[in-house]
Design a protein around this ligand. Structure first.
Ligand code: ZN
Length: 139
């Protein structure tokens, strides 16, 4: 990718971070990943998450998750995939005909969501949990 093409795609991603639906999905994704990380990576150093989306103000201050470096990298990947998803309305990722995640990223995300989904309600993510449930049921 040329420097200019990179700059254009970065601008497009940053513009998409301003979309409310995109922002909400990203905060949900990170919140679910945090639940998974907190229980599976207890021995890792979990620090307040940093990313382009965090710097762009996508996350309310109290919703910035603590993540280990591995989960932070997965979340940064997911943020970009979500920003670039053009489907309106967005189907649940599980039922989408265009799986846009790389296989290893998809495997991680499935594992993390399957773990966090049923637990989200009790970990301060009630609204996200309900949204996730509705989206999964509707599709
Ligand atoms: Zn982790």
């Amino acid at each position: 990718m040329t420097a200019r093409a990179y700059e254009r795609s970065r601008e497009r991603i940053m513009a998409r971070f301003e979309d409310k639906e995109v922002a909400r999905d990203i905060v949900t994704l990170a919140g679910m990943t945090e639940i998974y990380c907190a229980d599976h990576h207890v021995d890792s150093l979990r620090t307040p998450y940093e990313s382009e989306a965090v710097r762009a103000g996508v996350y309310p201050a109290r919703k910035i998750p603590r993540l280990c470096p591995e989960c932070a990298a997965h979340t940064r990947y997911g943020e970009v995939r979500r920003a670039l998803c053009r489907r309106e309305p967005r189907p649940s990722c599980k039922t989408c005909s265009n799986h846009c995640y790389a296989p290893a990223e998809q495997a991680f995300q499935r594992k993390a969501m399957a773990y966090a989904g049923p637990r989200a309600m009790f970990r301060g993510h009630a609204i996200e949990a309900i949204r996730h449930l509705i989206q999964t049921r509707l599709s």
